[in-house]
Design a protein around this ligand. Structure first.
Ligand SMILES: Cc1ncc(C[n+]2csc(CCOP(=O)(O)OP(=O)(O)O)c2C)c(N)n1
Ligand SMILES: [Mg+2]
Length: 321
């Protein structure tokens, strides 16, 4: 394996750990009645957002999905504003009016999570067209899952990005389920990277739970996108650790797969990289985890104490926009 610096490996692990614990703590807040509406946890898929976002730089762009907290956090979102948004508080990224599925930050080129499956793709392709017209050396990554990869907007976006040679990285998070429908029941071609090949896009299938494999692949594609060689597609094999959303017990998920992915977990693999490649001890890793957890608890405290938007401000806001 190529030698990565200790700091880099620590930063990847810390990001994954924060995403995992953001979700777990948010689920508790949901159960306490503090988060309303839908909430789709990114549990088990942390390596994908983390590896892809680490391969990009701050001038690049992302578009996300309904399962978007991990993408936002990996892209550098602030934990306090993230918790505030999912709790519906005014300090959130969208003043608490967007909630879990609509977190965006245009100031940082996060073009947004989205409740409509597949709708981040045309936004990404449009952003990439802008980059191309302006002759910039930037790129866009767009995330989608297996269900979304059968949606028209995804296939149309792939086609246009290929025809116009746009700097887009299509990232399929193949968690093998769309709500309770297994992939074998929703498509006749379960090797999803082949959708890219069908449109003339260089495409690859990788282990989406190994953050280094994700990073390596994304970095090579991102660099080539910036040299005008895009678009590219990477299909990342992963699995949801839980139901589709917070109120779905996921009883339909096969036990063998759950057991397999319990061991083949992004954090377990990330920890192995820390011990074997970076030479960290268990105690050092515990210290990193303790610090990350402290940040999370501080952010929750901040968000819970933050106000919701007043009715007066809300009405003014609606009028203005
Ligand atoms: C266009 C559209 N159709 C249906 C839905 C309802 N819906 C929300 S999530 C989802 C499943 C999406 O599955 P997948 O793309 O595999 O994403 P995952 O939940 O696995 O991350 C569906 C059908 C929707 N939000 N938008
Ligand atoms: Mg899916």
């Amino acid at each position: 394996m190529k030698k990565y610096t200790k700091d880099f490996l620590i930063s990847l692990y810390t990001t994954m750990y924060k995403i995992r614990n953001f979700e777990e703590q948010a689920i508790k807040l949901y159960r306490d009645g503090l988060i309303r509406g839908y909430f789709h946890p990114y549990l088990g898929e942390e390596a994908i957002a983390t590896g892809v976002c680490a391969a990009m730089d701050s001038h690049d762009y992302i578009t996300s999905t309904h399962r978007g907290h991990g993408h936002c956090l990996a892209w550098g979102a602030d934990l306090k504003r993230m918790f505030s948004e999912v709790l519906g508080r005014e300090n959130g990224y969208c003043k608490g009016l967007g909630g879990s599925m609509h977190i965006a930050d245009y100031t940082k080129n996060n073009l947004g999570a989205n409740g409509i499956v597949g709708s981040g793709v045309p936004i990404a392709v449009g952003a990439a067209l802008g980059i191309s017209i302006r002759n910039e050396k930037h790129m866009v990554s767009t995330f989608i899952s297996d269900g979304g990869s059968g949606i028209g907007s995804f296939l149309e976006g792939l086609n246009l990005a290929s025809a116009w040679k746009l700097p887009v990285l299509f990232v399929i998070e193949n968690n093998q389920y769309a709500v309770s429908t297994p992939i074998e029941e929703s498509t006749g071609e379960t090797e999803l990277y082949k959708r890219g090949i069908g449109f003339g896009v260089e495409s690859i299938r990788i282990d989406g739970n190994d953050v280094i494999e994700v990073y390596k692949t994304a970095k090579s594609f991102a660099d080539r996108c910036k040299n005008g060689q895009g678009p590219f597609l990477m299909e990342c094999i992963t699995f949801r650790k839980s139901g589709h959303h917070v109120n779905d017990p996921g009883l339909y998920l096969p036990k063998e797969k759950l057991e397999h992915f319990k061991l083949h977990d992004p954090l377990i693999i990330g920890k192995k990289h820390l011990t074997s490649s970076a030479g960290l001890s268990e105690a050092e890793i515990s210290e990193i985890e303790k610090q990350a957890m402290a940040e999370i608890m501080e952010a929750i405290d901040f968000a819970v104490k933050s106000p919701e938007m007043s009715e007066e401000k809300f009405l003014k806001f609606v009028e203005e926009y």
